[in-house]
Ligand binder design. Structure first.
Ligand code: ADP
Ligand code: MG
Length: 358
């Protein structure tokens, strides 16, 4: 796990450092504003980067401290790996919600509602109840990273058995009593494909309501603008090339307001018998999805973009285009043959790679 994370970290930094150079959306109406940046590790097991325009560094630091604090609070509620003594987080639900309905914080209820809705809308291509299957792959990855020579895959039998416990209808969300119950004793939640994007969206809206403007946040590939932005000065977002051998970016897009999220097979993986096994699991084959190297989604809501980027990994481009249109999302696919595909909305937001900084 550690090895993978370090790799992930390096790639992310490469991407983010480009993003930084590129984000020159200096608001013209106030030439007193200067650009500041901060990068930190911790929440959601990933790198978060904040770029913002403020009059002075203290003002920027104040916003960043808030962001760091709030991200950690969300992390503690939404993790399936860490304990939280204060309230019923997703780990506690996975341990106890099959025995009796468990009371939850409204923030947990809301994430689960979004997750279940998205699961139903994507017909399970994104499935927040896939935890029993995903945990088999997660454990295999942990074992392989600790001891590469002993790497092994989950067996087809155990995967098939686990997949019979992933029905979203067995996740009972009772909004009146604020409780969560699993009708299937083996059901397990995994919101890893939605939580970061959902949190970034929530946080961005909170900060906007508090008057924060001209900021960009990126949490592990989930990028969201904060504030209205200026029509003639979009943020420039570079999409990382997953192949470290290849120079340059896959693409560059203009973001006025909203989110850009990328899911990639290069983020978390392990090697077994010389073959790479990544972390997005196709609910039909129960194996890592084998269509794409990365999928990027641009749309208004960062939670939608996150879940959509995971769902699209498990669909053909034709089906994916139809799904994306329901959310007015722009999409860029890099397939396993190294070919780029994009829908019409993506073509509209592309910038020439050598466009001058504004
Ligand atoms: P990352 O979180 O690494 O940026 P994604 O947003 O694509 O990448 O989410 C991948 C995570 O989503 C996995 O680590 C796992 O927790 C979860 N996941 C994997 N496959 C699926 C799936 N088919 N449906 C829902 N969640 C999934
Ligand atoms: Mg995702």
């Amino acid at each position: 796990m550690k090895l993978n994370r370090r790799f992930n970290f390096v790639l992310l930094l490469l991407f983010l450092s480009f993003c930084l150079q590129a984000c020159t959306a200096a608001p013209e109406e106030d030439n007193q504003l200067r650009q500041f940046q901060r990068t930190f590790l911790g929440s959601f097991d990933t790198v978060t980067q904040v770029v913002g325009y403020e009059r002075n560094e203290d003002a920027f630091n104040e916003v960043c401290d808030e962001i760091e604090k709030r991200l950690m609070h969300f992390h503690q509620l939404y993790t399936i790996y860490d304990d939280n003594d204060e309230s019923n987080n997703l780990k506690k639900l996975n341990e106890g919600a099959a025995e009796k309905p468990m009371p939850v914080d409204p923030l947990v209820m809301d994430l689960l509602k979004e997750g279940k809705t998205f699961t139903l809308k994507t017909n399970g291509s994104f499935n927040c109840c896939l935890g029993s299957v995903l945990s088999l792959w997660h454990d295999a990855r942990e074992r392989a990273v600790k001891n590469p020579a002993e790497a092994s895959l989950p067996s087809k039998e155990e995967l098939a058995e686990a997949s019979s416990h992933c029905n979203p209808e067995d996740l009972i969300l009772d909004e009146k009593s604020h409780t969560v119950f699993f009708k299937d004793p083996e059901l397990k939640l995994d919101l890893g494909g939605l939580a970061k994007g959902y949190v970034v969206e929530r946080l961005a809206r909170e900060l906007e309501a508090e008057g924060v403007n001209h900021y960009l946040i990126s949490a592990g590939g989930n990028v969201r603008s904060i504030g209205d932005g200026l029509p003639d000065r979009p943020w420039r977002i570079g999409i990382q090339n997953p192949d470290p051998e290849k120079q340059g970016l896959l693409d560059t897009v203009a973001l006025h307001k909203g989110a850009v999220v990328t899911s990639g097979t290069y983020e978390r993986f392990f090697i077994c018998d010389g073959k790479r096994y990544h972390h997005i699991i196709d609910p039909v084959t129960l194996f890592p999805s084998d269509r794409y190297q990365s999928v990027s989604v641009q749309c208004a809501n960062s939670g939608t973009a996150d879940a959509l980027s995971t769902a699209l990994f498990n669909m053909s481009i034709e089906d994916g285009e139809q799904l994306a249109e329901q959310f007015e999302a722009a999409v860029l696919w890099l397939d396993n043959a190294g070919e780029l595909h994009m829908n019409a909305r993506w073509k509209e937001i592309r910038l020439p790679a050598d466009a001058p900084h504004r």
